[in-house]
Design a protein around this ligand. Structure first.
Ligand code: SF4
Ligand code: FES
Length: 373
C-alpha cells in the first residue's frame, strides 16, 4: 500500500512481569502492572490482524512470557494461522510439562537468555541466583525437540568472561548464541556508567569472539551485535522506522520497535482503539520517521542516509530529547559529544571495578513500589 512494506515480524510483549531484575532490561522504566495487560481475546484478535497484515513470525517476549497461563492458546492460534513462533525466555518457570504443552500447541523455537557463566555473575546483573534453573531450562528445551538459541547481553561486568560464557552455551547444546553488546536505553542507560566497557576490554572480547567463531565453525553459530557507542556510524535500527516489524506492549500500545515507549513526546496507537492494519499504514506515529523525507541535515545530504536511515530514533530521543535528530552515535551528528563523553569516561574508569561494589550501585529493574503485589 503506497509503497509501504508489510511487516514480517511481531514482537508480542505479553507481560512486564519477570522473576529477574536485569540492570540492562529494554523494558521502559515505568513497568506495566498485570492489571493493565491485554486479555486472551485481545491477543487472539491481534494475532489474527498481524497474520492478515503479512506477519510471518511472532516472538513472544516480556518480561517473562511464561508467567502468562494463556501462552499455549496464543501459540496455538499462531500455529493455526501458519505463523512461526519463538519464545524469548529467562528459562525461570519452564518445566518439562510446560515445554510439552507449548510444543503441542505448535511452538517452533526458544531463545534462552543467560547473564553470565556462574550464579554469582547472574546475581550481580539480575538479582537472582537461579543459574541452575537456566541449565535445567536448556536441557528441557532440547529434550522437547526445540532448537536451543541462546542470548547474553555483554557489558563491562561480564566481557572478560566471554570465553567461559561461550563454553557454557556449548556445554548446554546451543545451536546459536547471540552476543549482544548492551544498547543504552531505559535501565541500561540508567546504569551506563557501570555497564559501559573500555575500548581495551572490547578489543579483547572481539579477539575472543573471532577465535571462538572460527573454532566452532558450524557446531554453534556465534552472532556479535555491535557496541554502537564505539562505532563511527549508527546502526540501521530496525531496518528503518516502521519498515519490517512491530511491537505490541502488554497494555496494547503498538510501537515500531521494542524501545519506542521511551519517546515520551510521541503518542502511540493502541490495539484497544484501532486495528493493526490502520496502525501500520495510517497512524501518525508509524509515518513519522518512515523513509528519508523527515530528515534534516546532516542526514538529508548524507550518502549513507539509505544505509543507516539516520540511526536510531529512540537513541536520538533518550540522548537529546528530540527523536528527529541525527543519532548522536554518528560522527557527523552535532550531538556526537554526548556519546564521546560517555566513551571517554568509560576509558578512564578502572575496568577491574565491579563485584560487590557494583552490586550496591546498580539500579535493578523493578516496578514502582506502588505497583508491586
Ligand atoms: Fe547516517 Fe545521518 Fe550520520 Fe549520514 S549523517 S551517517 S545518514 S546518521
Ligand atoms: Fe527504537 Fe532504534 S530502538 S528506533
Amino acid at each position: 500500500m503506497n509503497g509501504i512494506p508489510q511487516p514480517f515480524g511481531l514482537l508480542a510483549e505479553v507481560t512486564h512481569q519477570c522473576p529477574l531484575h536485569c540492570v540492562y532490561c529494554s523494558n521502559p522504566l515505568t513497568l506495566l502492572d498485570r492489571r493493565d495487560e491485554l486479555g486472551t481475546d485481545d491477543w487472539l484478535r491481534v494475532i489474527g490482524e498481524a497474520a492478515a497484515l503479512g506477519v510471518v513470525q511472532v516472538h513472544f517476549s516480556g518480561g517473562e512470557p511464561l508467567v502468562r497461563g494463556d501462552l499455549e492458546t496464543l501459540i496455538a492460534e499462531c500455529h493455526h494461522l501458519g505463523l512461526y513462533t519463538n519464545l524469548i525466555t529467562s528459562g525461570l518457570g519452564l518445566t518439562e510439562s510446560r515445554a510439552t504443552s507449548l510444543v503441542s500447541a505448535g511452538l517452533n523455537s526458544a531463545q534462552l537468555s543467560i547473564q553470565g557463566d556462574t550464579a554469582e555473575s547472574t546475581n550481580l546483573v539480575a538479582a537472582s541466583k537461579r543459574f541452575d534453573k537456566k541449565e535445567e531450562a536448556a536441557r528441557i528445551i532440547r529434550e522437547a525437540g526445540l532448537p536451543l538459541n541462546m542470548n547474553v547481553v555483554l557489558h563491562r561486568l561480564n566481557l572478560s568472561r566471554l570465553d567461559e560464557i561461550i563454553d557454557v552455551c556449548v556445554a548446554w547444546g546451543a545451536e546459536r548464541l547471540e552476543l549482544a553488546n548492551t544498547q543504552y536505553y531505559g535501565w541500561a542507560l540508567r546504569n551506563r556508567e557501570l555497564l559501559m566497557p573500555s575500548r581495551a576490554q572490547l578489543d579483547e572480547a572481539v579477539g575472543v569472539y573471532e577465535r571462538r567463531k572460527a573454532e566452532l565453525g558450524e557446531h554453534m553459530e556465534l552472532l556479535w551485535i555491535l557496541p554502537d557507542y564505539y562505532e563511527p556510524y549508527p546502526k540501521p535500527c530496525m531496518g528503518g522506522w516502521a519498515q519490517t516489524a512491530l511491537t505490541v506492549a502488554p497494555d496494547g500500545a503498538v510501537y515500531p520497535c521494542p524501545v519506542a515507549a521511551e519517546i515520551t513526546t510521541m503518542k502511540f496507537p493502541s490495539v484497544r482503539d484501532r486495528d493493526l492494519e490502520w496502525i501500520w499504514f495510517k497512524s501518525e506515529a508509524f509515518e513519522a520517521f518512515r523513509g528519508t523525507g523527515w530528515m534534516s541535515d546532516p542526514c538529508r545530504s548524507c550518502p549513507r542516509k539509505e544505509t543507516d536511515f539516520g540511526g536510531c530514533r529512540c537513541q536520538a530521543f533518550v540522548l537529546t530529547g528530540d527523536p528527529a535528530r541525527t543519532d548522536p552515535v554518528c560522527v557527523h551528528s552535532p550531538d556526537h559529544h554526548l556519546v564521546q563523553d560517555a566513551v571517554v569516561r568509560a576509558n578512564q574508569q578502572d575496568v577491574t571495578e565491579g563485584g560487590e561494589a557494583s552490586h550496591e550501585k546498580l539500579v535493578y529493574r523493578r516496578p514502582p513500589t506502588s505497583a508491586r503485589r
